[in-house]
Design a protein around this ligand. Structure first.
Ligand code: FAD
Ligand code: MLT
Ligand code: ZN
Length: 475
């Protein structure tokens, strides 16, 4: 079928018969929320949204679409930062929402596992683990909307990677609907399972280009008995890294999150977020330290006070406040979590989700900021993020008063400028958000040659018709 043909009506009829009105949306008003991304970078179109209520329904819908040669776009919470879940403008790509596959099938506090369906919202997975006396540690700003299928398909990182790893490290088994409609049940809950190629890892980070994740076995952890959260104003980027090292050297296992924020970003928070008060205003650099331990009487208060005192004496920390209650700890975290929203409200911005070796973070922030100021006078660097794992969101805000469209027209130059520094420091152009549609044209330059060729062969073997999320990840 030529690319510009709409969905053939026999296929629509079959999907309707299979899924009923709850499982197949065709009304333009119902399609609307599925057509654009959180950043409003892309707006596509789709003839319908398929919302299967069971894995068997999804498998049959995929079989019907494969027989008709119809391309499919998996969608979870649609919080992708790289346009990964948005259909293209051609009008043929069918959006498949996993939202109705939202059951937690099983929690086992002895095996420390949870089996959750793809459409379970991350916050709901955390809550279900907590209700069983356990912790599911993956945590990110979009956790109230992002789904288990989405975080696995992007191999999301977030705030706790420094302690618990990325989504991949939290996954033991998967259930997948393959591009031809076969169901692969790999929902094993084993800590050791060396049985040939680790196929489950192919689907993590594949961004929906190899099949649909329908359920996963996730690793759980003991719930912390003690937590401490502090906001610290630090002298500069080196002092931020120095403080991380002090905590790590004292008790590596205690650091649950270590996040950097620039004074500019904290200022955006104070300006745009309701109730956005900042306990230590007026500094150029901040870090948020979060310590947690499941050990009884771990002594985290003594630890955090001792390290902060040392760092104050050394002139690394200029001022600090420790959360004294759950409400205060939450208020400190909010400053960090609302950064994406505050930046959005300030105006047009260009995001650079990049990583470097942790030791190079200060150099990354300084050199990339400088290079971008040189490129666009008045541009406002807003670096923030996961210093403890080397992933900084090296984001740039438009100069005050500049036409947002004119600024966004420079996106490519800005990303190139940041990426030149990243490459020089041995880093990656895509740390945790993935490639989606935004970064496909960078793949050749960063992963070209044998690596990209191998990815193409895998894609051709698993999805020979090229129907899964076309136009994403692979150029
Ligand atoms: P979607 O956006 O719906 O989809 C993401 C990709 O996965 C798409 O390619 C889609 O096709 C594919 N996909 C979705 N579900 C499935 C499935 N079941 N099977 C196969 N493919 C599927 N990300 C981080 O890593 N760390 C952060 O700290 C972070 N913070 C964020 C803060 C905010 C405010 C926002 C808006 C986003 C943030 N993100 C972050 C990005 C985003 O939340 C993550 O990429 C998340 O993993 C996406 O989950 P989702 O369910 O919304 O997936
Ligand atoms: C976050 O950590 O808040 C997001 O991943 C970063 C972003 O919005 O750029
Ligand atoms: Zn992030």
């Amino acid at each position: 079928m030529p690319d510009d043909q709409p969905l053939p009506s026999p296929l629509l009829d079959r999907l309707h018969a299979l899924l009923g009105p709850r499982g197949l949306l065709t009304d333009p008003a119902d399609l609307e929320p599925h057509l654009s991304d959180w950043r409003n970078l892309y707006r596509g179109s789709t003839p319908c949204v398929v919302r299967p209520g069971t894995v068997a329904e999804l498998a049959e819908a995929v079989r019907l679409c494969a027989a008709a040669g119809t391309p499919l776009v998996p969608q979870g919470g649609n919080t992708s930062m790289v346009g990964g879940a948005t259909p293209d403008e051609g009008g043929r790509q069918v959006v498949v929402s996993l939202a109705r596959l939202n059951r937690v099938r099983d929690i086992d506090p002895l095996d420390m596992t949870m089996t959750a369906e793809a459409g379970v919202v991350l916050k709901a997975a955390q809550d279900a683990a907590a209700a069983a006396g356990c912790l599911f540690p993956l945590s990110l700003g979009a956790e109230g909307t992002a789904t288990v299928g989405g975080v696995l398909s992007t191999n999301a990182g977030g705030n706790t990677t420094v302690r618990y790893g990325n989504a991949r490290e939290l996954m033991l088994g998967l259930e997948v609907v393959l591009p031809d409609g076969q169901v692969w049940n790999g929902l094993r809950r084993l800590r050791k399972d060396n049985t040939g190629y680790a196929l489950r890892h192919l689907f993590v980070g594949a961004e929906g280009t190899l099949g649909f994740i329908t359920a996963a076995v996730l690793r759980l952890f003991p719930r912390p008995r003690e937590t401490e959260v502090a906001l610290c104003a630090v002298r500069d980027e080196d002092a931020a890294l120095g403080l991380f090292r002090r905590f790590r050297d004292r008790d590596e296992g205690a650091v649950r999150a270590f996040e950097y924020m620039s004074g500019e970003g904290v200022g955006f928070y104070a300006r745009h977020i309701e109730g956005g008060t900042v306990p230590l205003p007026g500094h150029d650099h901040y870090v948020l330290v979060d310590l947690a331990s499941s050990r009884p009487e771990a002594g985290l208060r003594a630890l955090i006070e001792a390290v902060l005192e040392e760092a104050l004496e050394a002139g690394e920390v200029l001022d600090a406040t420790i959360g004294e209650s759950e409400a205060q700890r939450h208020a400190i975290w909010r400053i960090r979590e609302e950064h994406p929203e505050a930046q959005k409200r300030e105006g047009a911005s260009v995001k650079n989700d990049v990583s470097v070796p942790v030791s190079k973070v200060p150099e990354l922030i300084r050199r990339a900021s400088e290079a971008c100021r040189h490129l666009i006078p008045g541009v406002r660097p807003v670096p923030f993020g996961h210093l403890g794992d080397g992933n900084i969101h090296m984001n740039l805000e438009q100069p005050v008063g500049m036409d947002p469209a004119a600024f966004l027209a420079r996106s490519h130059d800005i990303m190139e400028t940041v990426n030149e520094v990243v490459r020089d420091l041995g880093g990656s152009f895509s740390a945790e958000h993935g490639i989606g549609r935004l970064k496909t044209d960078m793949m050749e330059g960063w992963r070209g040659g044998a690596e990209l060729e191998l990815m193409r062969r895998i894609k051709a073997a698993v999805d020979p018709q090229g129907l899964m999320n076309p136009g994403k990840v692979l150029p």
